[in-house]
Design a protein around this ligand. Structure first.
Ligand SMILES: [Zn+2]
Length: 284
């Protein structure tokens, strides 16, 4: 009996040695930024308090703009404010909503290295939807302050989180579509060129395994496909898809994915032509 108790005690001590350090490491992380969609979300207050930054604040009607003195963002502040405010308006229109309930927060840093120091991740842009916050690099060579990241924030807040983890292609496709251009080109035209070179991936792969190919293919492809769905079916159907997932595609569009793929490929072959009636209504 005593031996059994000793064994049990040993197991409990071993378990505590494993569990306690894990809790000590993970809990502060979760508290310092809420974890969502596989990454930590930071609030504007946390980012403003990050050591090594000297933030200044400007604002428009709907957006706080944080930047540092002496940076390209400060030099281009008026443009930055204009772009953020325009993104607010166009994103609302794409989401078919009248207003956003909170003021948005945007942080402009002047390099990817600075971004890494700010959010612990090296990238050109990042959205933290739970905190109404987006960060982007604004420098002489990189201008990431477009509608894309603010779209993620507004999309997830206004349409709900339903598709965020499960339908990554749809989340990114909608954000890519929010920018008029992908690398300076219309996404349909860009995909038309990829198609000619045989570089597009099947839509079934895009929807089920978004991360299985290069982002240089998957992002514009998702953006073009989403733009096609907007053009042909309108925003209400896109919203239904967001809430139900692409498994419900046939129910939402009365077409299965292979039929939609055929129509989309025909659309990108006519990339230079204006969009159909639905898009004209949307872009009014
Ligand atoms: Zn994105």
């Amino acid at each position: 009996m005593i031996r059994k108790r000793k064994t049990l005690l040993k197991w409990l001590v071993a378990l505590a040695l494993v569990v306690v350090p894990v809790v000590l490491v993970v809990v502060p992380f979760v508290r310092s930024g809420m974890v969502m969609g596989g990454y930590i979300e930071y609030s504007a207050a946390e980012l403003l308090n990050r050591k090594g930054f000297d933030w200044r604040t400007a604002q428009t009607g709907h957006v706080f703009v944080y930047f540092e003195p002496g940076t390209h963002a400060e030099k281009m502040l008026e443009k930055l404010k204009r772009v953020n405010e325009a993104a607010y308006d166009s994103n609302l229109r794409l989401l078919d909503c009248d207003a956003y309930p909170e003021k948005l927060h945007t942080f402009a840093v002047d390099s990817r290295e600075k971004m890494k120091r700010l959010i612990h991740y090296e990238t050109n842009g990042k959205a933290f939807p739970r905190h109404h916050t987006a960060c982007f690099v604004v420098s002489e060579s990189i201008w990431a302050a477009t509608a894309h990241e603010l779209f993620h924030v507004m999309h997830h807040q206004l349409w709900g989180q339903a598709g965020f983890k499960k339908w990554h292609w749809l989340s990114e496709g909608m954000a890519v579509n929010a920018d008029e251009k992908w690398q300076g080109q219309d996404p349909h035209g860009f995909c038309g060129q990829l198609h000619e070179k045989g570089e597009l991936i099947p839509l079934s792969q895009l929807c089920d395994r978004f991360g299985s190919a290069s982002p240089m293919i998957t992002y514009p492809q998702a953006g073009s496909f989403v733009r096609f769905l907007y053009e042909e079916y309108g925003v209400a159907k896109l919203r239904e898809l967001w809430q139900q997932g692409h498994q419900a595609m046939r129910g939402v569009f009365s077409q299965d994915l292979s039929q939609l793929e055929k129509a989309w490929l025909a659309r990108i072959a006519r990339a230079g032509e204006p969009p159909s009636h639905a898009a004209r209504t949307l872009l009014r």
